[in-house]
Design a protein around this ligand. Structure first.
Ligand SMILES: [Zn+2]
Length: 153
């Protein structure tokens, strides 16, 4: 565990204890370089949340990947990181609530675009185009025109 004070990679554990509810272990560590003390926590990993891709293969749901996609869609838009984190939390809850803890990628795409639509239309269109939620170019253009016309009114 990297020392938070000097960055040294080695430390010794001087105290280990379980939390009251036994959900995590707290370790008091001492840096072997600067001798400063810090605490690390060890948690049991919760049930992995899986994503089923179009070809049927599965992979763990990746928060960072989705967040990066969202950040790109919301670039220079009035959307906060907190709002995006909340969408991703909801996606995680969605997966957790399925019987097998897995969800197809297109369902995630649909859900996220719907949430984004409520927050910011430009980000929504950008995200949709990236994730190809529109069946074809025509339906994408229709959606775009609809938004543009709405703005004019
Ligand atoms: Zn240190």
């Amino acid at each position: 565990m990297k020392c938070i004070f000097c960055g040294h990679m080695e430390s010794k554990v001087i105290d280990t204890r379980c939390s009251e509810d036994n959900t995590y272990i707290r370790r008091r560590r001492e840096c072997l370089n600067c001798s400063q003390r810090f605490t690390s926590y060890e948690r049991v990993e919760i049930i992995p949340q899986m994503v089923v891709k179009k070809d049927g293969t599965r992979q763990p749901f990746n928060r960072d990947k989705l967040l990066n996609g969202l950040l790109r869609a919301c670039e220079k838009r009035p959307v906060s990181l907190e709002q995006l984190e909340m969408i991703i939390d909801d996606v995680e809850n969605l997966i957790r609530n399925t019987p097998k803890h897995e969800i197809p990628t297109n369902k995630i795409g649909e859900f996220v675009t719907e949430q984004l639509r409520k927050i910011d239309e430009v980000s929504y269109v950008r995200f949709s185009s990236v994730y190809k939620q529109f069946k074809d170019v025509n339906s994408f253009m229709e959606e775009l025109n609809e938004l543009i016309n709405k703005k004019k009114l």
